[in-house]
Design a protein around this ligand. Sequence first.
Ligand code: AMP
Length: 234
Amino acid sequence: MFAILLGAPGAGKGTQAQLLMKKYGIPQISTGDMLRSEVAQGTALGKQLHEIMKRGDLVPDALIMQIVEKRLQAPDCFNGFILDGFPRTIPQAEELSKFLKHKMHIDITVVDISVQDDVIIDRLANRRVCGTCKKVYSLTVNPPIVDGKCDRCDGELKHRADDQVETIKNRLNVYHDNTAPLIRFYRSKKLLHRVNGLQKVDDVFREVEKCFNMNKNAKEGYTTGRAVVEAPMN
Ligand code: AMP
């Protein structure tokens, strides 16, 4: 399973990536997590990244490509990986296509998880993430049993600096300007599947899995239908 999860911030990419990782034993490659870990180390680069991320802007393509290409060459990626939060721009997607074709000789399944902006704002403002195991909570939908503590590992729950309402609005603008065009990009390559992200987590997961199975069947010649499958959006 070689997958890209597309979608606005808060669409549920991270949650679905974690479920896929657990079920199929392949790594979740979250560029956001990788960048946050650089920030946490307090390096000079980390300080620059922190400023960009705090505003909700994008980190330069060249830097992201360097980080991702290095990560994808690690042995745990040879049998599959789930890209979460990458690519986020057309140049990143173009570079990734070249890299995957030439270095890894693979095609990838792209799943866009669609959620409208007002729901995104509400979700992110109520999102809390465990600082230790990264489990994601929603204060409205699945709050922790003990306030501020992770049910799974007792770690401290954090409200990300970029999950404040003003920053969320900027992240959404950045998403519509830079990342949403990837839907058309992958559609034109007949790699795009779309899933309605407003459903319950398990239902989204079932649909995401269906996209991979469809792709697998199509590759093995079992279906003659369209490669592009679009679930009705609300
Ligand atoms: P995320 O955790 O995916 O929401 O990412 C958090 C922040 O990290 C984003 O708002 C960007 O500032 C930065 N970031 C993550 N992935 C990328 C990427 N592929 N390209 C540029 N910036 C990124």
